[in-house]
Design a protein around this ligand. Structure first.
Ligand code: ASP
Ligand code: MG
Length: 411
């Protein structure tokens, strides 16, 4: 008998028949004698629809009220799943995030979890119930509802798994697992049996939609084993776990892309100490996450600074930059929304050289222009024009022979 946390994404609970299918699966796990805690996302496109409703009213809806609004999506899913389980004679109870004591900081729309209570959940498990928790939400110390950022239900699931010392945290998806590239773009993309936390982390932050980056970080810190598996069949998916020797033999695990970023260039700022500090402190103080940064040293004591931010935060970013411009007096500020980031990820990069060269060669052969480059120990990312994404990802995937027939299997 195990204690399992199961997380179902929005597409797995999008309508009544899917909800019942999920309920049957959960009920089966419960019947086998496991203690089961389920975390759900909002059904289908609920969150997007709610955001759209607010944006119909104003371009910049109030963050606190957005949390109150968005939290309703997950609450719907959790109650509906409890209803479905009970209709199958499987005792269940749904709770909101605040009810189970998911305490967060005060940052509305992107709150961080500071504490997770376990007594409410343990109490209900003891009574033999399946416990369903609404993902993505918590409560701050002033009893205000908060949400954890897009995709935050993953984080709820891992945090609960950690608090309960669960045996495994299963993520049910409408895909079979983690792939070498998005199978919708790359026809011969291959499912990975296992991947390290670090690779998954890089892939998630590089745009792979499978898991939310913060949840992987959390899982890594608490040693929570994650199993990414398909909702609508019983196949084994991908295990996300501690790195093993065998993993290092594979140079590249996957190619990902992210179309959610926008590029901002501040042209002609004075090339002297403190300039970057002023600009990026202001962005940080506004709670804006900056991803890539490059600086070109230009002529006559001036330089250009380019960076990328979340596309949805471009407006807010431009406001902050405009404000900073009062001090920095740049020659100009430009932004570009039609960009995308393409990344290759693999722990094997630590011990193999020439990865960047191979990636750039793949892009050159297809005439794809590189706008920005950044690297980490196990990832190389480039920013390119958005229209080139499919071409770039496929070319890189081919270049590293990641496809199904490749001899690049984990050894
Ligand atoms: N419903 C939220 C979103 O769409 C949270 C989640 O799905 O995890 O971002
Ligand atoms: Mg969702």
């Amino acid at each position: 008998m195990a204690l399992i946390v199961q997380k179902f994404g929005g597409s797995s609970v999008a309508d009544a028949s899917k909800m019942l299918q999920v309920a049957r699966r959960v009920a089966k796990n419960r019947k086998e004698g496991n203690d089961v805690v389920v975390v759900v996302s909002a059904p289908g496109d609920t969150t997007d629809d709610l955001i759209a409703m607010a944006k119909e009213i104003t371009d910049e809806p109030d963050d606190r009220e957005m949390d109150v609004l968005l939290a309703t999506g997950e609450q719907q899913a959790s109650a509906l799943l409890a209803i479905a389980l009970k209709s199958l004679d499987c005792d269940a109870i749904s709770f909101t995030g605040p009810q189970v004591g998911i305490v967060t900081d005060d940052v509305h729309t992107k709150a961080r979890i500071v504490k997770v209570g376990d007594s409410k959940i343990r109490g209900a498990l003891k009574l033999g119930k399946v416990v369903i928790v609404a993902g993505f939400q918590g409560v701050n110390k002033d009893q205000e509802i908060t949400t954890l950022g897009r995709g935050g239900s993953d984080l709820t699931a891992v945090a609960i798994a950690a608090a309960l010392h669960a045996d495994v945290c299963e993520f049910y998806k409408d895909v079979d697992g983690v792939f070498t590239a998005n199978p919708n773009i790359v026809k011969n993309a291959r499912k990975l049996d296992a991947i390290s936390y670090d690779e998954m982390l890089e892939m998630a932050s590089a745009g792979a939609q499978v898991l939310n980056a913060r949840s992987v970080e959390f899982a890594k810190n608490f040693g929570i084993k994650i199993h990414v598996r398909p909702t609508f069949n019983e196949k084994e998916g991908t295990i996300v776990m501690q790195e093993t020797r065998a993993m290092e033999k594979v140079v590249i695990s996957g190619v990902t892309y992210n179309k959610d970023e926008a590029k901002v260039t501040v042209r002609g700022v004075p090339d002297r100490p403190g300039v970057a500090s002023i600009l990026f402190s202001k962005l940080a103080n506004a709670g804006l996450n900056v991803d890539m940064i490059i600086q070109n040293i230009g002529e006559k004591g001036h330089s250009d600074v380019s960076f990328t931010v979340n596309r949805g935060e471009l407006k807010k970013t431009m406001k902050v930059v405009t404000d900073a411009a009062k001090t920095l007096k740049p020659a100009g500020v430009i932004s570009d929304e039609n960009i995308a980031k393409v990344s290759v990820v693999g722990v094997g990069m630590k011990s193999h050289s020439g990865v960047a060269a191979r990636m750039f060669q793949a892009l050159a052969e297809k005439g794809v222009n590189i706008l920005m480059i950044s690297t980490s120990e196990i990832k190389i990312s480039v920013v390119i024009n958005e229209k080139d994404v499919a071409k770039a990802v496929t070319a890189i995937h081919d270049k590293f022979k990641l496809g199904k027939k490749a001899a690049n299997e984990r050894g």
